[in-house]
Design a protein around this ligand. Sequence first.
Ligand code: TXA
Ligand code: MG
Length: 365
Amino acid sequence: MISGTTISGGADAADEAAQRLRLGQVVAVPTETVYGLAADATNANAVASIFAIKGRPQNNPLITHVLSIGDARRLTGAWPESAEILAAAFWPGPLTMVLSSAGQVAAAVSAGLPTIGVRVPSHPMMRAILAKSELPLAAPSANQSGHVSPTTPRHVLADLNGCIDLIVDGGPCAIGIESTVAGFHGEQPVIFRPGIITAEDIDQALRRAGVNLSPTPIFVAAESNTLPSPGMLSRHYAPDRPTYLFLRSAMHQLVNLFTSTSRSERMGVISFGSLPDRLLNAEVITLPADLYHATGGLYSAMRQLDRPEISAIFIELPGGDQLSAAGIGADTEPKDHHITRLSGMARVLADRLSRAALPWPKVRP
Ligand code: TXA
Ligand code: MG
């Protein structure tokens, strides 16, 4: 146990972070996606501390962050042409590529897999820390395992106070959801974890570079017995309060539910764009209807509503318009097969939210 966790920003904080990382310590750092819990990827003890602090299962590998494409290549074995194209198109930025490992990092980083997940982040503070430390940095999201990823230093503190010495303050994360994780079957990319770089973006970058492959598939865990990416556990990114998804087209059912609950009960609601009906007994957070702009506030909203006086959290499933166009919409509870019909950013957010959510409540008090 560490007596106090400090939040500090500026060049001094980057210097101190680099120094601590070189000593094998664990430091929370900002990235453009979410805050990371970083350590020297080549130091087995430092990497073991990350797993211990987060309570992370040993079979879930960590992403290694580096400064440049060249640094990433040194950590990997085979490097498909499509990986080169995607690196040129999206790095520095929110794309993690899973490639064969050259064995340069501690074995626990890859959690026993023959592969390594690498990413070149764009956040200037994270880049300063990478440059000053001259280390490849293993960094999962800086939350307790299974909890919602942190997008501000305060979120990190809420989860890890007393577990680490330093949280480097780089402001609120601009993107606010974790990077896209893509693996490769030969030249063909496969998305393991959707993110703001969508399957459509990847296809477009490959086409622009003159490479014609099948549309990039998004791996669906339920359709396979083996997980190519162990982080795709079905329940993840979850608030502590029971959390449910609803379709805007089933708004009247939500209104009924809320009017039937006792006045003392208070619910939390997150919607994308304002809702057509007023909800009694509810604290409503409205995120932008434009889903690219909604990502930045989503995890903050989930954390804000995750308080003891809120008895449950209801989150709108984005992409309701896509489902209505496909003739879906009468159900209150969005199902997995609804989510696989979505595309673009709606698919990305629905993927995250489905991991936070429970089946629709059958009986209410
Ligand atoms: O945006 C992000 O990716 C943030 C920031 C800090 O970079 N990091 C992050 O890390 O979200 P984490 O540990 O919460 O998620 C890493 C994901 C997990 O789903 C993990 O299973 C997958 O990446 N992953 C990492 N290495 C892998 C590998 N070798 N093979 C398959 N999946 C891998
Ligand atoms: Mg995480």
